[in-house]
Write a protein that binds this ligand. Structure first.
Ligand SMILES: [Zn+2]
Length: 238
């Protein structure tokens, strides 16, 4: 069956001599598409298989086996991401999560907003990136406790977010000399309580930075007991 899809090219793995397996993120999740001959410089389909490209593709789907690319069209090539090592590394941190997460239109739009903001280099890049990580944390059941002190339950004198303890801690339960400002605590609480229909308002109110992104990516890594190599690299070029 021949169908049209639109999506965002995440990855492109060489396969056999001149072919590639292209991972395209769509509203309903990731699709792997077999693209014949696209590694040849003369292939007219080469450009639609470039990572970080928003595309429309016409593909042949088979009941068993891979979908194959017939032809496609580039809508936007986010070349700014490709030329910025930090942004590209942030994407490499996110890609395994993007591939694994339960995709739905809201999340897909969130990822596209993130790419758009990266491409145009706005100050909201990491706000979108943290919102995406929040979704992953929610789906994996790894969200921090932010309704009070995770250790004793009191809701006043909260001083910081503790990775090891798994949420906010109060003055008496804090095992570190480090504390956060009230504004920072509110920002964390809001990240985990914002509703999907309030995202635009949230983005205009709060600005997260690269350190926030690294913190939440590290949180995921810590509670999943896995290691994200791209995150180590991102921290090394920080
Ligand atoms: Zn406490």
């Amino acid at each position: 069956m021949t169908i049209e899809i639109s999506g965002f090219v995440l990855e492109n793995q060489p396969y056999k001599e001149n072919d590639a397996l292209v991972t395209v993120l769509t509203e309903s999740g990731c699709k792997t598409i077999y693209a014949r001959g696209v590694l040849k410089t003369t292939s007219k389909n080469r450009v639609v298989c470039q990572p970080f490209t928003l595309v429309e593709m016409t593909i042949d789907e088979r009941d068993n086996g891979l979908a194959t690319l017939r032809f496609g069209r580039v809508l936007t090539y986010y070349h700014h991401i490709v030329s910025d090592l930090t942004l590209q590394s942030v994407c490499f941190v996110l890609i395994p999560y993007i591939k694994r997460v339960d995709m739905r239109p809201f999340l897909y739009q969130l990822i596209l907003s993130l790419m758009e903001n990266m491409h145009t280099n706005t100050e909201k890049i990491y706000t979108y990136a943290c919102l995406f990580l929040r979704e992953v944390l929610v789906q994996e059941g790894l969200t921090p406790y932010t309704s009070g002190c995770v250790s004793c339950g009191r809701t006043d004198h909260l001083v910081r977010l503790s990775l090891k303890q798994g949420g906010f801690v109060c003055q008496s339960c804090n095992d570190s000399s480090y504390t956060m400002t009230k504004k920072e605590l509110i920002q964390v609480h809001s990240l985990f309580s914002v509703k999907e229909n309030q995202i635009d308002e949230f983005v205009s109110m709060y600005t997260f930075d690269l350190d926030d992104f690294i913190f939440w990516a590290h949180w995921l890594e810590y509670y999943q007991g896995s290691q994200n190599k791209a995150l180590s690299f991102l921290q090394s070029i920080r």
